[in-house]
Design a protein around this ligand. Structure first.
Ligand code: GLC
Length: 563
């Protein structure tokens, strides 16, 4: 397999807790993944990325890591992980794992030591402990907010002295932020990377990669409305983000890249919530290979908005010679089949477009999610598929409060229902829960809707018009059609509210985001479509892959832009 496989790979994201449960304890696990490798191979993906499997108290679904060199017993064992890596490689699948460097769990031995150590100690210097403000230090050291709601500071144990000390956590209080100015922290993570590379993993998805370093002095955020990072904000203001995108991060990732280069074929994918140019800053030669493109994921179902995102993404990545990634779903975002069905997602209303509260048109949402899948898979670069999006799963909105586990729900006092609705355990087969997710009679960690039998892998495999059949066909075509091999990309003329672009070899992708049929270049041949099509048009909320007639191809060849 080519060493630069990641330049155009289709990567499947496994949220391990919700993928497949081999032992019936309600949580997905490594055994479950191993048993479903044939499914992934059939789907045709090149690689899998597995969300954190490390020992964890699960305060944030495993993004609170207590030991970076082991596997949580609920997910399996180190030996199981080794076997999975071997099996995946035998099935020609690359395997990426999640690395979570911004914070540890409060149960990590380092934080326990810091908790028990005096102020000013070396143990506390691995984290951000600071004196509080106000009388006796009773107020947090600055005004930063947790991404999950509430203050980003929690008091340290009361040692009787004043001012009181606090520790920083940009996420849950059970996820204390590490101090990346500390040499021991840096050395430890380099050694953790080496440890997993020695076990054979092919790469790492870097959790909140742009958060690690904080501005000196931890200054207040000037404006709270700006406090949470926003990928779709062209006017991104660095002063509003003293905990994000600090210049020193590039040095850290240059060192990481040197480690990857010693293990050819290794890839890093950074979770970088920045506009395209900010992302590209991390993908310069000698830094990360790839990063998630959230701007594209967060755009509403609107032709101009998506086109602008594609243009800025391609230009920014081309400038640094890195492949873009195309993402429409992950474990933090509401399901695309829901997001694109929101009325608000119709216009250009950006960030609010995917807020959870408000009506969604289910059929329309699914139609658009299918079209968006063909769009993302047709663009040059690599594409990520979040488990269950290939089944067209909807967002589950009506989970009872006692079932909810995302810390966002608790920390926002219920104002934000959080991300559990996108993490419901997958339906594989059968007519009642757990739908093959676990052995019969087992209870998944989040309840599955009773009618999910219709969306199971088994049911969708039988139906040639299912979302699963569409994904399978698209990924196969993406592998087989030479038009996908080159990086070439160019926009072709099309009517308002639609997108039409050509790749190599006469391959084109048409997406109709308008309310009218979209006429196609005369003589185009359909290769694949997200919905039934007319003889020479694509209906609203649909997309198609086309083979252009030779005349069009000739014109195309003359104007191809290398993306
Ligand atoms: C990333 C993860 C998210 C997690 C957060 C804190 O954004 O994708 O699930 O809650 O980091 O680790």
């Amino acid at each position: 397999m080519a060493l630069e496989w990641w330049r155009k790979a289709v990567v499947y994201q496994i949220y391990i807790r919700s993928f497949a449960d081999s032992d019936g304890d309600g949580d997905g696990d490594i055994g479950g993944i191993r048993s479903r490798l044939p499914y992934l191979r059939d789907l045709g993906v090149d690689a899998i990325w597995i969300t954190p499997w490390y020992p964890s108290p699960m305060a944030d679904g495993g993004y609170d890591v207590a030991d970076y060199r082991d596997v949580d017993r609920r997910f399996g064992s180190l030996n199981g992980a080794r076997r999975l890596i071997e099996d995946a490689h035998a099935a020609e699948l690359r395997l990426m794992i999640d690395i979570v460097p911004n914070h540890t769990s409060s149960e990590h031995r380092w934080f326990r030591e810091a908790w028990a150590s005096p102020r000013g100690s070396a143990a506390r210097a691995r984290y951000h402990f600071r004196d509080g403000r106000g009388p006796g230090g009773s107020e947090p050291p600055n005004n930063w907010r947790s991404v999950f709601g509430g203050s980003a500071w929690t008091p340290a144990p009361d040692d009787g002295a004043e001012p009181r000390q606090w520790y920083l956590h940009l996420f849950d209080e059970a996820q204390p932020d590490l101090n990346w100015d500390n040499a021991e922290v840096r050395a430890e993570f380099e050694s953790i990377l080496e440890c997993w590379l020695a076990m054979g993993v092919d790469g790492f998805r870097i959790d909140v990669a742009s958060f690690l370093l904080k501005a000196a002095g931890l200054p207040d955020v000037p404006d709270h409305s700006e406090a949470i990072s926003r990928a779709d904000d062209a006017a991104w203001d660095p002063a509003a983000h003293p905990y994000e995108n600090q210049a020193g991060l590039h040095e850290i990732y240059r060192r990481w890249r040197a480690i990857a280069d010693r293990h050819p074929g290794t890839v890093f994918c950074g979770e970088v919530h920045l506009p395209a140019e900010g992302i590209a800053g991390y993908l310069r030669p000698g830094e990360l290979h790839t990063a998630f493109n959230f701007d594209f994921a967060l755009r509403p179902w609107n032709a101009a908005a998506l086109r602008a995102s594609i243009d800025t993404t391609l230009a920014a990545h081309e400038a640094v010679g890195a492949p873009p990634t195309w993402v429409i779903g992950n474990h933090d975002l509401p399901r695309p089949a829901y997001r694109y069905g929101r009325r608000a997602a119709r216009g250009g209303d950006g960030w609010n477009a995917w807020q959870r509260n408000g009506p969604a048109d289910r059929a329309r949402g699914l139609a658009r999610a299918r079209a968006a899948a063909l769009l993302g898979l047709a663009l040059p670069g690599s594409a990520y598929i979040y488990q269950g999006d290939e089944l067209g799963l909807p967002e589950i909105l009506d989970l009872p409060p006692e079932a909810r586990q995302d810390p966002t729900f608790r920390r926002s006092g219920g104002a934000d229902v959080g991300r559990d609705g996108t993490r419901i355990p997958l339906p594989w087969s059968g007519s009642e829960p757990p739908f093959g997710f676990g052995p019969p009679g087992s209870r998944p960690w989040l309840p599955q809707p009773g009618q999910w039998w219709e969306l199971s892998v088994e049911a969708e495999s039988r139906d040639p018009s299912s979302t699963l059949s569409l994904y399978r066909a698209a990924i196969r075509l993406r592998r087989d059609h030479p038009g996908f091999d080159s990086g070439s990309f160019r926009w072709l003329p099309s009517v308002a509210g639609t997108l039409l672009f050509g790749r190599g070899g006469g391959l084109a992708c048409a997406v109709n985001l308008s309310d009218d049929p979209m006429p196609l270049p005369r003589g185009s041949r359909f290769l694949l479509s997200s919905a039934p099509v007319g003889s020479d048009s694509v209906g609203p909320d649909s997309a198609a892959w086309l083979q252009l007639p030779e005349a069009e191809q000739a014109g195309q060849a003359g104007q191809t832009e290398e993306a």
